[in-house]
Design a protein around this ligand. Structure first.
Ligand code: FAD
Length: 438
């Protein structure tokens, strides 16, 4: 542990931030937010920016200790659920409004970084999607669709250019670049949002896990080990890390663990021979790799997903294997830190934002795409609570459906294995067809 955080790359490179006091005693407030990940922090900041500054945020560990402070740091507008699925469920116009909120969130993050002086850089723009499939027409069609319908700033990248300017791997065929997306140091962004919220009057207590939540009539109460918060409203944003506080919320998502590793700094000539950009790169398989070359030529590599919560003993080795499958040239590079994080995944894979019962609000279910989407949720929740804004109604079709408990967990794992195997077979076929290595 490093001052209450896991001893991982982000904690080692975080901006100085003193621990906040644990809640001790009985206090009253207008809004009590539970969870100091980006869903909770953005809700608190959104409320304060709208003039609701009497806000208390309770975090069980440290600010950004959960998924928000240990993820890939890719910031983009789309949701974990595919756009096609969204259109199938709510239609094109509704989907345009949802994607529009994601795009506004990406801009708001950049604006807040400036407004509050949040140092979470560097922040290179551009997310490159590198395809494992030999199907340039499908990639071009997707680029055209995104540009036409959502105004996305995306360009197709032919395979020769992908190899020359971005990623020289035999695994990839063609690609696309989304110029509006960018990356940041997620823990430093969390810490910056926390400081911004505090500067506007929000109070944050760390090491203060909420143990119970009660809502009766117009009064709400949260208890912790050493204190009680009486509030007009409660917002639960505990991510995948709480299974017992509010059962209806916990039953509405599956917990999925996923992994990241960071290498030691790599020789400039070696790294530049394969990863030629500081843009973020991901591929287009269901169980995808995503990675980026950090400012000091380390590689941050993420991927895999499982409903098994125990971290594999050989995690660094597994992630190293994923990296060298794509770039065998990096075989001699050593892993410095590797870690896991837990995400909350609803059955419908879309974010869940709303009011469960009078006074009890929630924001969860961000899955593997939460950096901009927690801003979407924070803005919707803050708007609804502070101003009665109805943007939050756009999320009504994505309810708190039961995920099937242990059976749902088994089904999820089986589905993941099936899709992973399917991806392996089809991508190997495409490489064979193009005369490339297996
Ligand atoms: C390894 C990994 C890589 C990822 N990469 C990306 C990426 O590159 N881009 C992207 O957009 N998304 C990514 N994601 C997803 C993204 O990190 C999440 O969707 C997002 O951070 C969820 O935010 P959250 O606030 O809901 O949850 P969290 O960040 O997990 O925060 C929940 C907080 O609640 C606290 N808590 C829990 N219970 C209680 C309680 N009872 N009382 C008080 N506090 C409590 C926890 O301690 C935790 O700090 C990744 C996730 C992981 C795990």
């Amino acid at each position: 542990m490093s001052d209450g955080y896991l001893d991982i790359h982000y904690a080692r490179t975080r901006t100085a931030d003193a621990p906040r006091p644990m809640l001790d005693g009985h206090i009253k407030t207008q809004v009590c937010v539970i969870g100091g990940g980006l869903a909770g922090l953005n809700t608190a900041l959104g409320l304060a920016e709208r003039g609701v500054t009497d806000v208390v945020l309770l975090e069980g560990e440290r600010v950004g200790w959960g998924a928000s402070g240990r993820n890939g740091g890719f910031v983009g507008a789309s949701y974990a659920v595919g756009t096609d699925t969204l259109i199938g469920k709510v239609g094109l116009d509704h989907t345009k409004r949802l994607i529009g909120l994601g795009q506004q969130a990406v801009s708001l993050i950049l604006e807040r970084m400036k407004r509050y002086g949040i140092d979470c850089g560097p922040n290179p723009h551009g997310h490159v999607a590198a395809s494992w499939y030999d199907n340039p027409d499908a990639m071009k069609e997707w680029v055209d669709f995104e540009r036409e319908n959502f105004g996305e700033n995306i360009d197709f990248i032919p395979r020769e250019q992908l190899r020359e300017d971005y990623a020289a791997s035999d695994m990839y065929f063609d690609g696309a670049i989304d110029h509006s997306s960018f990356w940041f140091h997620p823990l430093n962004y969390c810490l910056g949002v926390a400081r911004a919220a505090e500067s506007l009057g929000v109070t944050i207590h760390e090491h203060s896990p909420a143990r119970s939540v009660m809502t009766e009539g117009r009064s709400c109460m949260v208890t912790t080990d050493m204190g009680i918060v009486e509030a007009d409203k409660i917002v639960v944003t505990a991510g995948g890390y709480d299974r017992s506080l509010v059962v209806e919320l916990a039953a509405a998502f599956q917990r999925v663990a996923t992994y990241v590793m960071v290498t030691e700094p790599i020789d400039e000539t070696l790294i530049s021979s394969v990863i030629k950009t500081h843009c973020a790169i991901h591929d287009d398989r269901f169980s995808l790799d995503y990675y980026r070359r950090l400012e000091d030529n380390r590689v941050l590599w993420g991927g895999r997903g499982t409903t098994r919560m125990a971290e594999p003993g050989n995690l660094g080795q597994l992630m190293h294997g994923d990296m060298t499958r794509v770039y065998p040239e990096l075989a001699s590079v050593k892993v410095e830190t590797a870690w896991s994080g837990i995400m909350s995944y609803p059955m419908h894979r879309m974010i869940q934002v709303g009011e469960l019962r009078p006074g009890l609000w929630y924001g969860q279910g961000f899955g593997g795409q939460g950096m901009a989407q927690t801003t979407v949720a924070g803005e919707a929740l803050a708007g609804a609570i502070a101003q009665g804004d109805d943007t939050i109604d756009l999320f009504a079709p994505f309810g708190l459906n039961w995920t099937g408990g242990p059976v749902g967990k088994l089904y999820g794992e089986a589905f993941r294995l099936y899709v992973r195997a399917y991806d392996q077979v089809t991508t190997a076929r495409d490489r064979r067809g193009a005369g490339r290595r297996k």
